[in-house]
Design a protein around this ligand. Sequence first.
Ligand SMILES: [Zn+2]
Ligand SMILES: [Zn+2]
Length: 259
Amino acid sequence: MIEAFRDNGLNTLEHNAEINVSRLETILSSIYYQLNKRLPTTHQINVEQSIGLLLNFMVATYDSDSPGKLTVFSMKTMLATMCGGKIVDKLRYIFSQISDSSGLMVFAKFDQLLREVLKLPTAVFEGPSFGYTEHSLRMCFPQQKKILLNTFLDVLMADPPPQCLVWLPLMHRLANVENVFHPVECSYCRSESMMGFRYRCQQCHGYQLCQSCFWRGHANGPHSNQHQMKEHSSWVRKTTGWDSGPGCVPSNTSWISNP
Ligand SMILES: [Zn+2]
Ligand SMILES: [Zn+2]
């Protein structure tokens, strides 16, 4: 992503410089074409479709104030937030964009960042919980002081993170498990192709739900949605021990990491 910004000359532009939709389209094309070059031929992405979808989403998200134009900062913030990768790497990059030459965060720039980044949940109708307000900045850094990179990372990656950014680590966890397949049946919808997260009841033996049923609060039989559930992001069959059912293992493959 950083490479694509550089290749398209964005590093030389001011954050407030405006870019029009056709330039944005050029940048997105270069990102997707470069990405395809690094992917195996069996996993190529549909470049035209991806550009179209992302372009429409970005324009709809950011366009309300000045139709047809986005700022360099909006675009960088949005792409850096939504792209694949580790949350810590993204936050480091973002910090580099909002800090001064002595490595201190500039509060006004962080405020601007929050305005931009909170347009993302607003675009998917989560504005009432995660929209920008004047309190957003104070929610993250209650005492105004000098913020260095490490403090910045500690605050934004805390568990739980600041309320207005709670969705950010969740978005990463969702992206990480998007293609994880669990070869077990959902106890509610009986679907045998469980993708994403799997939720296992801590009280009912062998009761597990696909993410879609869990998020809708579905429950049947002796199970209740008040029971405690454990979230799993992988599936491994246990061969020993009293429980021969699906086991609980920590995520251990490189593409499932706990952000
Ligand atoms: Zn289900
Ligand atoms: Zn239960």
